[in-house]
Structures are given as C-alpha cells and as structure tokens.
Design a protein around this ligand. Sequence first.
Ligand SMILES: *[C@@H]1O[C@H](CO)[C@@H](O)[C@H](O)[C@H]1NC(C)=O
Length: 131
Amino acid sequence: MPPWVAFPSLILLWADVVVAQTRVTGVVGQSVTLPCTYSTAGGIAPMCWGRGPCSLFRCSNTLVSTDGYRVTYEKDKRYRMNGIISRENLSLTIQNAALSDTGTYCCRIEFKGWFNDYKENIFLEIKPGEF
Ligand SMILES: *[C@@H]1O[C@H](CO)[C@@H](O)[C@H](O)[C@H]1NC(C)=O
C-alpha cells in the first residue's frame, strides 16, 4: 500500500470507532420513535436512516432518506419522519412495531466534504406486549 493511502485509512478507522450509540425500547404493535437530531448551524444537510450499523460510506439498507427539507425516499409506509426535518428533528417513527424490528439502525447526516458525516447507531429492542 503506498504511504499516501495509509494515513487517510487510519483516520477512517478512528472515525468509525467514535460512532455514537443510543438504545430505544418499544412494544409490539405500537409506534416507536428513534431519536436523531443535529445542528443546522453548519447548514441544512441531507440524511438517511438505514437498517444495520452505520457503514463507512453512505447509508446501507436505506429505510428513509431526505434532501434536508423533506423525505425523498421511503422504503415502507411504516417508516415515518414526523419531526420537522429542516428544523433539526430527524426522528424516525416505526409504526406497528414487530419483534423483527429489533436491531441496530443508523442515522446518518451527510455533511459536505469527505468523512464529515455524522453517524449515530441506535439499538432498538421491541418487547412483546403485556397480556
Ligand atoms: C421530534 O419529532 C418527534 C415526532 O416524530 C417528536 O416525538 C419529538 O418530540 C421531536 N423531538 C424534538 C426534540 O422536538
């Protein structure tokens, strides 16, 4: 590997370790909201929600994405962004939660420039309802 490749990949390695982690619990059949907020001080940025932990580049397994102002892609009607997207509220609401929704979700804000993306992994646990 040429030396000019080694340096950026070290930064990448570090950037991947500092991904934030949050836990959310929900109940089968109800709605659950995964929080994600950001500061628009540096400008409005497009973002995406993905299923699975945040990857190095882009969203993988995209559930919803926005252009910074409104939703531009929605994989399924169960995934809703009810917050005011351009006002820093990027929360994802999953309607009619199922046990199979348990897992990690990634909130990724695509700030301009290389490796500037804000990434937050949110672990969602769906519990059976009470009988
Ligand atoms: C963001 O929007 C959600 C609705 O999707 C709401 O429940 C939540 O309270 C809002 N959060 C903030 C910080 O305004």
